[in-house]
Design a protein around this ligand. Structure first.
Ligand code: SAH
Length: 250
């Protein structure tokens, strides 16, 4: 039988605790008792664990043995902020597909009121990622970065590694006709020695990229790639891109 998996907020070498709504659920609905077994994720590692003490506000586990865990896909999705309901869906599905991180960015065509509300929304995005990670039995929770202007992210990303590995930065653009995402990935894989670098894949807002943003990507060594001849909604593009990455890497 597969054991339930819980992602702990606090841990040390031998124990881990979960608190808040998760602990309530575990105590009241699942009637956690000392001795009950579970898988507990602590600090990115998965452990076979046993409930040591159960109270409605806090469940403490003894960690028994580490279990081998699947790593996340080495991808950060740079997601232009778009309508929140669709964006939440995209974050949930991207988490299921194994995304390592999501960096929400304010693009030229991100609607103003969404850009203003984004910072407050980030906490909710983190909760969605946490729940989806647990449901998908991941061993980690994707990092949801604080929303930032697109230019900041684009420059920071390419400065961190220099131009040589510029090709690991990919911007999805429906105008691109020759380079498919698959081809761009095959080139990154061929160029990587032993370790696959973390990819950054940028997705535009509903209105698409503005011309100055295309120029910005270009100047910072980002490679434009296509997901095919049809125009996808931003959230579809995010999911399709991750599926392509998974099929190339897993
Ligand atoms: N400007 C477009 C819509 C943009 S779709 C329009 O004509 O209405 C939103 C984002 O999804 C784009 O900026 C791009 O990053 C991505 N996208 C959508 N379809 C794509 C495709 N076929 N190939 C690559 N990226 C795509």
């Amino acid at each position: 039988m597969t054991r339930r998996r819980w992602i702990a907020e606090h841990w040390d070498e031998a124990t881990a605790t979960i608190t808040g709504a998760q602990a309530e659920h575990l105590a009241r609905v699942l009637r956690a008792q000392p001795g009950m077994e579970a898988d507990v994720v602590a600090g990115g590692h998965v452990f076979h664990a046993e409930v040591a003490a159960a109270a409605p506000g806090e469940i403490r586990f003894n960690l028994i043995a580490e279990v081998e865990a699947d790593p996340a896909l080495p991808v950060t999705i740079v997601m232009s902020i778009f309508k929140f309901d669709r964006m939440e869906w995209a974050i949930e599905k991207a988490t299921e597909l194994g995304v390592a991180a999501v960096a929400p960015v304010i693009a030229r065509r991100t609607e103003k009121h969404l850009a203003l509300a984004a910072e407050k929304r980030a906490e909710r995005w983190r909760r969605i990622a946490h729940e989806a990670a647990q449901q998908a039995r991941r061993s980690d929770v994707p990092l949801i970065h604080a929303p930032a202007p697109l230019a900041e992210r684009v420059r920071a990303a390419s400065m961190a590694t220099g131009l040589a590995s510029g090709s690991r930065f990919i911007v999805l653009a429906e105008q691109e006709r020759t380079t498919t995402l698959r081809l761009a990935l095959e080139e990154v894989i061929a160029g990587a020695q032993a370790d696959m670098p973390t990819l950054e894949i940028a997705i535009g807002p509903e209105g698409g990229w503005a011309a100055d943003e295309e120029a910005l990507f270009d100047a910072n060594g980002w490679r434009a790639a296509s997901l095919g001849p049809r125009i996808l909604r931003a959230e579809t593009a995010a999911i399709a891109a991750l599926a392509v990455v998974a099929s190339c890497l897993e």
